[in-house]
Design a protein around this ligand. Structure first.
Ligand code: BTN
Length: 259
């Protein structure tokens, strides 16, 4: 019987300040011998944090966790399409026991929310050569002790943190340890058993299920009712004409007019 792949994720570099941990790790990853799988780059502050869809990620220093984790799976690029969901699932599972009074939900593809407010953003980036993945980088920004009131008005009302949701403060390094061990476990499960094995557990955290939503895709918006996530990672959207559309990328918004 083949051995299950196993990985352990460890902080190998901890910077007080940098531009973007994802950008730094992408450069470091070019040297395979110096950056093994599971290499974690942590920064207390980023000056050019990157978000999804070309957005930026800003967080007051020391209010949360900003870090990137390197993986080197021997898989074709297509198979990596579900990786961002696996990362979101792993972080949600790690954080949930710390906030038992709240539900940590996963908004496709991989925002984490509590009570509809953003707790964590995840940016996954891949480098591939032909049909081979060279590396995957999971960049994670988690609001730990952030006071949302300290954010600019446009984001203050849509953000939350572990502390805002519970009234308790958290040791950031303890939270990081929980996340890294959950990430290693979910990654190993994904590689060994495939995404379909994680999907039933992930769907229990689906923030969009049954909601009327609009998804901004590169090719234009599409609206309907979210009916789940497919085994290939696509968001399933039931259109009003009865057809079901698989959406592979974009940003989903719950329609306020439909709540
Ligand atoms: C998003 O919600 O749009 C994704 C935000 C991802 C932010 C994290 S912080 C650590 C890592 N480094 C970056 O530059 N971005 C990710």
């Amino acid at each position: 019987m083949p051995l299950s792949p196993s990985v352990s994720c460890r902080v190998m570099r901890h910077l007080a300040v940098t531009g973007s941990t994802n950008a730094d790790l992408a450069k470091l990853a070019l040297s395979e011998s110096e950056t093994p799988e599971g290499f974690v780059l942590l920064a207390d502050r980023q000056t050019a944090g990157k978000g999804r869809q070309g957005r930026s990620w800003t967080a007051p220093p020391d209010s949360g966790l900003t870090f990137s984790v390197l993986f080197r799976p021997a898989i074709p690029p297509l198979q990596a399409a579900t990786f961002p969901l696996v990362v979101g699932f792993a972080v949600a599972e790690a954080v949930q026991p710390l906030v038992p009074e709240a539900k940590v939900a996963l908004k496709w593809p991989n925002d984490l929310q509590i009570n509809g407010k953003k707790l964590c953003g995840i940016l996954c980036e891949m480098r591939a050569d032909g049909d081979k993945v060279r590396h995957l980088i999971a960049g994670i920004g988690l609001n730990v002790n952030l006071d949302p009131e300290t954010l600019p008005p446009e984001t203050a009302s849509i953000a939350t943190s572990l502390r805002a949701a519970t009234g308790r403060s958290f040791d950031r390094m303890e939270v990081l340890t929980c996340i890294l061990s959950s990430l290693a476990a979910a990654y190993t499960r994904w590689l060994s058993n495939g995404f379909a094995d994680l999907l039933p557990d992930l769907l229990k955290r689906d923030a969009l299920l049954g909601k009327r939503i609009t998804v901004d895709r590169g090719t234009g918006p599409v609206s309907g009712t979210a009916t789940g996530i497919a085994p290939d990672g696509a968001l399933l959207l039931a259109r009003d004409d009865g057809t079901v559309e698989s959406v592979y990328s974009g940003d989903a918004h719950i329609r306020r007019d439909a709540i």
